[in-house]
Each structure stands twice: as C-alpha cells, then as structure tokens.
Design a protein around this ligand. Structure first.
Ligand code: GLN
Length: 500
C-alpha cells in the first residue's frame, strides 16, 4: 500500500499542513496518489486519464516554494481529480463521449486555473456519464465506474469517477458538476461531501455545457472543511461567463461552528411523506439525522414545497431542450470525431452524430428538440419555465420561516450495476430530491449521514441563494458531532490493505 494511507484516510487540509510543516513533500504525496489511483483503477475505474508528468512537475514546483519559504496557496500540494468535462489546456477532455474522444482543450476552465493557482495538483480526469447525463456513471462511453463501498454497485452519477476516487480517498478533493443532482447523488453514494453552489457563484467557463441554465461546478471532498476551502478558491466573478454573478466570496472555512444554537432548520413535509412510503431503514436514518441536528441546538420547523413534485417533469423538459441546442455544435466539422460523408456534408453530420453519441444522449436530444419544436414549444417548454418559477417561489416562502432546509439527498442507497440501466425513468427518479434546488438555482450539499445495510447515505442541506456559508456551517456542526464518514473505511480500501 502507498504510504498516504498507512494510518488514516487523510483530508486535504491535513495534507496541506503536513507539507507546510515539511513533514511530507508534495512530490511524495502526489506519487502516492498516482500510485493508488493506478492500483485502484482495476476495481473502481474512476479515471479516464491520469496526468503523472504534469502532476509531478507541479508538485516539485510546490516543494520548491516550501524550501524557499515562499507563501503557499490554500491547496498547496494537495492531490485533486477533476471530472473529464473541465478543459485543461493541451490535455484531452472527453466529457465521457466518443464524439470528443480525441479532443484536446485549447484552454483551461477558470475553476481549473483557480485550483492550480491555489497550489492544487491535478492528478487526473475522472469518468462520468456521457455529457453528464445520468445518475450511475454507466452512461460513460468508455466503462462504468464502481462504488468503493461495494464494487458491485454504482458510484452514482454523473460525477461518478470523482465521487468514487474521493470515496476511496485516493485524493481528498475532486471537482464535479451538478445540473440536477450530479454532485449530490454520487456524494451520497460514496460517503463524501458534495456541494452544488448557487447558480452563478462558480464560473462555467471551460466547462463543457449540458444544460446551461442549470450547470454548476462544485467540490466533492473528504470533509466539510475541504469543501469550504475549495469553494473559497473556485467561487467568484468571472467576466468569461456571462451568468457569473459579482457577489463577494466570504471566508467559508473560517466560519465553521460546532453547534447550531439559534439556527432554524426547515423539514419539508412533502419530502417526508414521500420518504415514509419507501425503505423503512432509510426513513429511520433521516429521522435520526433531524434529531441529531436538534440535539446540536437547531430548531426544526415544518416547511412546504408544494410544487417540488413537478420538479422531475419540469427538469426533463428544460434540461433536454438546452442540451439539444448545446450539443448541436458536435457536427464533425469543428470538434473531435468525424465520420466521412462520402462527399455529402449532411451525411457527414448524420454519421458523425450517430456514431459519436450514446443512446441516452440521443434520447435527450430527441426529447429536447421535440419540446422546442413549433406547436409544442408553448405547451411544453414555456409551461415548464412557469412551473420552474413556482418551484423557486416555494423555496422563497420556505426560507421566510427557516435558515436552511434539511432533507433526503437520495431515495435509496447505492444500487447494483445494471439495476436501472434498461429503464430511463427509474434512473431519472434518482434525482427526485435534488432537482428542485437545481431548478431554483439555490445551493445544496450532501453530507454523510450514516449507513443502510452497510451502504452510505447522504443528508441534503439547502440554503437560499448565495448563502453557501450558512449551509457549510450547518453541515460542519453535523459532521463534527456524528463523524459518519470518519467512522468506517471503504471496502475497496480494506480489501486492498488485506492484499498488501
Ligand atoms: N441525473 C440527472 C440527469 O441525468 C442529473 C445529471 C446532472 O446533474 N448532470 O440529467
């Protein structure tokens, strides 16, 4: 086993402190993470590509700064993985798709530049559902990723590779994206912290678009402190993203309390009715989580989100509509793959798209094109936008009565590979509890909340727009009091330890 895991599963802030105190070098930590990623690739398949030369070169640069006594960034020397839809200049970016298999990014995403400017060492690009469409990572054009807590199960999706590698603690930090739940659901499945920031909080520049009015990048981390550090680094105004909002970024990491006195936490009546009809063990786990929040001093108040039940139907009109327009650019002329049209440009378009996109992507393009077509536009797309407004105003009313909302992140623990891949609707239902927040554009996170049949489950904490600090504070107090993730080691790690 690599030394990085000899004693415990480290956090990013612990590694950073070890580097600052010169107990360990960034190069040694990076080598260990790369070695670990390689040895777990067989059981997990979390990475599409590792970047050893680039990573080691940057790690040595950090070690040089340490030796020279230069100031170090927040993430100096910390190994990080990024979902393979963030552009990294000169490197391949596939978005989990054959159509971009050979695409090299001409520039880097703003969030990637910010991470590297803070000293983070990007060790690789992680697997994902093709174009971020999916909830299990089985829609990757290359291979499915597996869950470090049980390798017969999915890690969630679409940021499944990022969740799996952080869940296994190969790296303490990864970047994911969340359009309808793609950070929060895999975070729940892999027992890590996953944060979807407010829409506009984090730049989307250099991030391959799925549904532009919903897509947000965010941290997937070992603990809340790491999430706060990463959010502080990647958040903020970017003139390269027209939807980026110019609101000051507070020092999230220095505002993490240990109790919740004076905090009003909303419990959503409609969600509780729905969870009560499902798995009894899961319902009991969430009840316990609310009790734990109360024990920390919070006051629980009942709130209502009457239109949240329409979230899924609304999302599956808006997201495919935006995707059908965003994905029109993959025509074989400008990006990545091209299949020859025997002299006919339309045949080239058709053949390229037929060969380059997988079934789920094609399904979404067809759904979205239909919803936007003449005669259906008002009936579907415009109505969906109206319902979206109702969902957002439900949250506005709820937040008049509480500071944050606590609710389920998922309706089940991680499921077996293949269990839902033949049934798109069953897969779509995985995001029942996460989609309303995406439609409302508000921040939400998932935090480890315990286990059902030894499988991890996450609790969702939701805040009003631009109140990520409040949400992280509640999550931190809960994490410190419960220590659910710290209490156990993922199965893939204990099997590996036995083998070595
Ligand atoms: N699972 C949802 C979908 O397939 C959400 C995906 C996401 O957040 N990127 O669209």
């Amino acid at each position: 086993m690599s030394s990085i895991h000899a004693t415990s599963l480290p956090t990013g802030h612990a590694l950073r402190e070890a580097i600052r105190r010169r107990e360990r070098s960034a190069e040694e930590i990076t080598r260990a993470a790369l070695h670990d990623a390689e040895s777990l690739q067989g059981p997990l398949h979390a990475y599409i590509r590792l970047l050893p030369e680039r990573a080691l070169e940057r790690a040595r640069r950090i070690d040089g700064l340490v030796r020279a006594g230069e100031p170090l960034g927040t993430l100096a020397g910390v190994p990080v993985a990024v979902k393979d839809l963030f552009c990294l200049q000169g490197e391949f970016t596939t978005c989990g798709s054959r159509i971009l298999e050979n695409f090299r990014s001409p520039y880097s995403a703003t969030v990637v530049e910010k991470l590297e400017a803070a000293g983070a060492i990007i060790i690789g690009k992680t697997n994902m559902d093709e174009f971020a469409m999916g909830s299990s990572c089985e829609n990757s054009a290359f291979f499915p990723t597996r869950n470090p807590w049980d390798t017969t199960r999915v890690p969630g999706g679409s940021s499944g590779g990022s969740a799996s590698t952080v869940g296994a603690r190969t790296v303490p930090i990864a970047l994911g994206t969340d359009t309808g739940g793609s950070i929060r659901e895999p975070a729940s499945f892999c027992n890590i912290v996953g944060v979807k920031p407010t829409y506009g909080r984090v730049s989307r520049y250099g991030m391959i678009a799925f549904a532009s009015s919903l897509d947000q990048a965010g941290p997937m981390t070992a603990d809340v402190r790491d999430a706060a550090d990463v959010l502080e680094v990647i958040a903020g105004y970017d003139p390269m993203d027209s939807t980026s909002v110019d609101v000051a970024v507070p020092p999230y990491a220095s505002e993490l309390p240990d109790d919740l006195h004076g905090v009003r936490i909303g419990i959503v009546a409609e969600f509780e009715a729905s969870i009560a009809q499902g798995d009894a063990a899961l319902a009991a786990l969430y009840k316990q989580a609310y009790k734990d929040l109360e024990r920390l001093g919070a006051q629980l108040v009942e709130v209502h989100l009457p239109h949240a039940q329409y979230g899924l139907a609304t999302y599956y009109l808006i997201a495919p509509a935006e995707c059908s327009s965003n994905l029109a650019r993959y025509d074989g002329a400008r990006y990545g793959r091209r299949v020859d049209g025997d002299g006919d440009v339309y045949a080239m378009f058709d053949r390229t798209r037929a060969a380059g996109f997988g079934d789920e992507v094609k399904r979404r393009i067809i759904l979205g094109t239909y919803a936007l077509s003449t005669g259906y536009y008002d009936a579907y797309y415009v109505r969906a936008q109206k319902v979206r407004t109702l969902i957002k105003s439900d949250f506005d009313s709820a937040f008049a009565e509480c500071d944050v909302i606590a609710c389920p992140a998922v309706s089940c623990p991680p499921f077996e590979l293949g269990a839902k891949s033949q049934d798109p609707l069953a897969m779509y239902l995985m995001d029942y509890f996460t989609i309303p927040m995406s439609l409302a554009g508000i921040p939400a996170l998932s935090i480890p909340a315990g286990y059902v049949s030894d499988l991890p489950v996450g609790l969702q904490i939701v805040a009003p727009a631009f109140h990520e600090g409040r949400m992280l504070a509640v999550a931190h107090a809960y994490e410190q009091a419960t220590q659910h993730a710290a209490a156990r080691i993922p199965a893939v790690r204990s099997e590996g330890a036995r083998a070595s």
